[in-house]
Design a protein around this ligand. Structure first.
Ligand code: HEC
Length: 149
């Protein structure tokens, strides 16, 4: 009996730790947006690629609103993180992205202010995610992508 109680306790601790790595998040976020990217073989610039309209708009809005801190293509700067790493190593997924854009995020690197007063950025959350997810998945090189018809 005692070992069973103990293992339940360990399990609960592990579960809490695993969840904490992905917080904060909005469990009521809409379904995860998807992107389409087609690149020429061995493409080294996004100009050799075509993306769907939503992802293209995401690139444009990223450049207008986020690049000043997060650098070209989300590669990071001295004061804001590389977003590919946040997606791939820190477990930033769609429900978390959806949440942190609205509420902002403070971590070890600094503070990102909330975007809730910026109607345009709030409306563009899905498109921003499409672009950044394509970058994080290694599907889209740096630069201005072409647009699918
Ligand atoms: C004023 C500078 C600034 C701007 C502009 C900015 N960010 Fe950030 N962002 C930050 C900083 C700083 C952090 C990291 C805080 C930390 O972890 O210490 C961050 C973190 C993030 C994270 C990771 C949060 C997490 O959960 O780890 C995401 C995703 C993000 N930003 C997306 C965006 C998007 C999309 C835009 C454009 C709409 C944007 N940021 C614009 C400064 C900025």
């Amino acid at each position: 009996m005692i070992p069973r109680i103990l293992s339940a306790g360990v399990l609960a601790t592990l579960t809490t730790a695993a969840l904490a790595a992905h917080e904060p998040r909005d469990e009521n976020a809409p379904p995860e947006p998807t992107y389409k990217v087609e690149c020429a073989e061995g493409a080294t610039s996004a100009t050799q690629c075509k993306v769907d309209k939503e992802t293209y708009v995401g690139w444009r809005e990223y450049k207008a609103n986020c690049q000043v801190c997060h650098g070209g293509g989300g590669m990071g700067s001295t004061f804001a993180p590389n977003l590919q790493e946040r997606f791939n190593k820190e477990g930033v997924d769609w429900p978390r992205f959806y949440y942190v854009i609205e509420h902002g995020y403070t971590g070890q690197m600094g503070a990102m202010p909330p975007w809730d007063k910026n109607k345009r950025v709030m409306k563009m959350r899905a498109n921003l995610y499409r672009y950044l997810k394509a970058r994080a998945d290694g599907k889209l090189p740096l630069g201005r992508p072409g647009r699918m018809k």
